[in-house]
Design a protein around this ligand. Structure first.
Ligand code: ADP
Ligand code: ZN
Length: 191
């Protein structure tokens, strides 16, 4: 893919869980570091999937990141030397992230955002639609459907062994929840 140098732009890496978004983000950021570019990585601090300060993929590769709660703290880590800024799990940031991403790109920073395009109901996730529209480059990745082996575009949420229902809250107390990659045909919403 053609990547202009010398001015900023926005790259989006989206897809369901297990599609390799974190791997792809880490791959791009690692290559920028090899090119001796000044790189900074952020993730929302609510995501402590494996470790608090690293972005870690399901395959185990990792890169050091700053876990942020208050979006304003992002500016504490941006300097006039920053060339590349990565954001993982960008769907969990609030609306304020859009202006930050745009401002960074306008300042000349290459911004790479990875995140879920849809929630477990297959509804577009938070700020993602707006970021997709504003990005110069968009990559939609697929996982492997755990049911049939086809390319998986959706995230299946399972609560206590059953497909989550449309009205299930985002956080369920006392339930065992898990997530699977599934295709359109195998994705289920309980009734
Ligand atoms: P994401 O950030 O999109 O959740 P990751 O980059 O963390 O994805 O993990 C991708 C890795 O997950 C794959 O390289 C593979 O090793 C592993 N994996 C586990 N289950 C699946 C699946 N159903 N489909 C594809 N990859 C899977
Ligand atoms: Zn399937």
């Amino acid at each position: 893919m053609y990547r202009p140098s010398g001015h900023g732009y926005i790259e989006m890496v989206v897809g369901p869980m297990y599609s390799g978004k974190s791997e792809e983000l880490i791959r791009r950021l690692t290559r920028a570091k090899i090119a001796k570019q000044e790189v900074i990585v952020f993730k929302p601090s609510i995501d402590d999937r494996y470790s608090v300060k690293d972005v870690v993929s399901h395959s185990g590769i990792a890169i050091q990141a700053v876990a942020v709660n208050d979006l304003d703290t992002i500016w504490d880590f941006i300097t006039d030397k920053t060339q590349v800024a990565g954001f993982d799990e960008v769907q969990f940031f609030n609306q304020g992230i859009v202006d930050i991403v745009i401002k960074l790109a306008d300042m000349g920073v290459r911004v790479i955002c990875a995140g879920l395009d849809m929630d477990f109901k297959a509804i577009p996730f938070g700020v993602i639609p707006e970021l997709l529209a504003r990005a110069e480059f968009v990559d939609k990745l697929q996982a492997v459907c755990v049911k049939c082996g086809d390319p998986a575009t959706r995230t299946q949420r399972i609560i206590d062994g059953k497909p989550a229902r449309y009205e299930d809250p985002v956080i369920l107390v006392g339930a065992t929840e898990s997530y699977e990659a599934r295709c359109r045909k195998c994705h289920q919403i309980g009734v």
